[in-house]
Structures are given as C-alpha cells and as structure tokens.
Design a protein around this ligand. Structure first.
Ligand code: GLY
Length: 375
C-alpha cells in the first residue's frame, strides 16, 4: 500500500517540476496550486519535497530542481523578501538545511546559519518570546506566541549545534518552555495562540487565529505541537517535552473520526458539511514517527501511538490521497488553510503534501526529514 502511494507521489512531484518552473506552490484553488515567486511562508515545503524525492529515487532531476530552489532562497534572504515572521524556520530547514544534510554543501550551511540569525530578530527580550507575526510593537501581535512556532525552533537548536553559540539554544528553550506552559492546557488540548504583555511579559490570555474559537483546539495546531515538542526533546533531552508531545498525541488520536482523518477543529460541530484538515493528520503522522523513534522500546504508550500512526496513514492513503487521480497536482485532498478567514477551506495545501511524503518515505526507507542532522 505504501509503495504505490509513494510511487504516485514521486510521479506527481516530477510532473510538477515543469509545471511550476521557478515558482512555488502554496494552496490550491479548484485543484490548481496558486504559485508565488518565493514570497510566502510555505515555500520551503516544495523544496523539501524535491529533496525527499531526490533521496528516495536518486534521480538527478530532483536534485537539480531542489538546488534551484535553494538559490531562490539565497536571493530571498539577501534581499530580505517577506521574512518578517517566524516561519523562517520552515523556509530554511527544508531548503538550504536540507541541501546541507543531503550534500554537505558548505554554502548551504552558511546560508542556513544566516537564516537562523534572521529568525533571532523575532526574539523579544522584554516578553521573552519569539514573535510570530507582524512588526515589533504591533498592538495585536507584538506579544503573541503561536503553537506552529514549535516547528521553527529546530533551526535555532541546529544553529547552536553548528556554532556552539548558546544564544540560539537559550532562545529556543525559553520559547519552548513558554509554549509548553501556556499553549498546552491541563486536559492535553492546546491553544493556537497566547498573548503576553509586551512590556512586562505578564501572561494575558489564550486565543486562536485559525481555530473555531478562542478556547477550542485547532487540529493543525495540536499537530504542530506533537511534532514540535518531540523535536525539542530530541535536541534538549528534556523529558518534559517528550511527555508533552505524547499528551498532545493521545488527545489527537482519541478524537479520530471513523475514517481516521481529523476535522479542522476538535470543537467544531460536526455534520456532513464540516471540513477536514488532512494536513493535520499528515503532520501528526510524521510527528508520531519522530516521537516513536525517540521512545524507549518498552514505553507503555508505544502500542497506542503505533496504532494511531497506522490508522492515520491508512486513512490518508486510502481516502484522501490523489492516487487514483493522475492529473491531480496535489498529493492530498481536503486540506484546509484558514476556514474562518475564507482561505482554501477544502484544497491541496503544500505543507500537507510535504508531511505526507515525509511520513511515507520515512516508513518505507527510513529517510527522515530535514529538522536535524542525521547521525
Ligand atoms: N503555520 C501556519 C499554518 O499552519 O497555517
């Protein structure tokens, strides 16, 4: 089952190289990906897919296309194009860091370290957090953290490993700890975002941007937390992060619907028209593979997490993948971006495609993504 799914995914990615040229896919509209010239927060995912396909197949066409994306990321950083946000971690982990991991290309390593410095500019010393969105001092976003940022921290942990400069690790750990304390709730659900006073750092309140309501649990946010806290555990060895990843995972898996792929929010009323978010299930699957790789062999949660992984991937492959649609551009149907904002509520989303592919190639050949150095 996995092999057929991977072959289809690789073939579609190959066809998309020509279709996209120098542009980058973001989310689809009526089945066609909207393209941009490397100006969005999502552009690293396309680069990451090309590197994964290269590693899986060894086909140089993927490598050449992946290298071209890294060149584009170099220009983006040199010209400071659309980098005033925390998603620099997604962008450069999957492009230049991937190239470094795959090819040991020194200029890619240097570029990734420059990207880590750009991410450090989002650090706000007064409130002791990495600001996700907007300019410094922004009345709404200046003191706001979001759970998605857990997946941007690996760029900083990696920069610490590479340089020995503790500032990267210290910022990442303070931010991870704040996220653990304030974004994760006592019942193992999560806030999408949390506000702090910009001057004093006092905690103010939880909220949401893309979820159903302020106190609900946005499924993709929960998924970013599962994978992100597992990675913080990998880098720091702090067991609290492993426990947090597990808690979030148990909450997620307990609420899988009959076809094993989640709706867009765990608290949204469900009827026949309720949108799914296949990308949340894809991120969770990739995150569970990471979490499982870190657990001791006799861990009491292993069987439950493995079963959840298999159910999620089976659901995606059998009912959500575009395997039977040879002309489809995306790999997964029924992703959602920002439902209340009216953006791509039921479409292909490039991060869903990336994590689905990452999970598949990891299950089949043990190829991990590009979040950390391979030993
Ligand atoms: N990180 C933005 C999102 O998940 O939509």
């Amino acid at each position: 089952m996995w092999k057929k799914a991977i072959e289809d995914a690789v073939q579609k990615t190959r066809a998309n190289i020509e279709r996209y040229g120098d542009l980058f896919p973001h989310v689809s509209d009526k089945g066609k990906y909207q393209l941009n010239p490397n100006t969005d927060w999502t552009d690293g995912f396309w680069s990451g897919m090309l590197w994964l396909c290269y590693e899986y197949t060894g086909d140089d066409a993927f490598r050449q296309a992946a290298r071209r994306t890294v060149e584009s990321f170099r220009q983006r950083l040199d010209n400071n194009v659309s980098l005033d946000h925390h998603d620099i971690g997604f962008l450069y982990s999957l492009s230049s860091k991937a190239q470094w991991i795959v090819e040991k290309d020194e200029s890619a390593r240097k570029l990734t370290l420059e990207a880590a410095d750009a991410l450090m500019k989002r650090w706000r010393p007064k409130s002791q957090l990495i600001q996700a969105w907007g300019p410094e001092g922004d009345p709404n976003n200046g003191g706001r953290i979001i759970i998605d940022c857990m997946m941007n921290l690996p760029l900083l942990y990696w920069a610490y490993e590479q340089t020995g400069n503790e500032k990267y690790r210290d910022v990442a750990v303070i931010h991870a700890e704040k996220s653990r304390r304030f974004l994760v709730r006592g019942d193992d659900s999560s806030y999408h975002t949390f506000y702090f006073d910009q001057e004093t750092g006092d905690s103010l309140r939880g909220g949401t941007h893309q979820g159903y309501r302020d106190g609900s649990t946005w499924t993709r946010g929960q998924a970013w937390g599962i994978y992100g806290f597992a990675l913080s555990y990998r880098y720091t060895g702090d067991k609290a992060y492993m426990e947090t990843s597990k808690r979030l995972a148990r909450y997620f898996l307990k609420r899988l619907p009959e076809d094993h792929v989640v709706y867009w929010d765990f608290d949204v009323p469900v009827n026949a028209d309720t949108y799914r978010d296949s990308s949340a299930s894809a991120i969770t699957s990739a995150g569970l593979l990471e979490l499982l790789s870190l657990l001791p062999a006799d861990d009491g949660d292993r069987a439950y997490l493995e079963e959840g992984l298999n159910r999620s991937m089976k659901g995606l492959v059998e009912k959500y993948a575009t395997t039977g649609e040879p002309n489809a551009e995306g790999l997964l149907n029924h992703g959602s971006y920002h439902i209340r904002g009216g953006l791509a509520p039921d479409d292909h989303v490039i991060w869903g495609d990336y994590y689905y592919l990452e999970a598949l190639v990891r299950m089949d050949k043990g190829i991990t993504g590009y979040w950390y150095e391979r030993k």
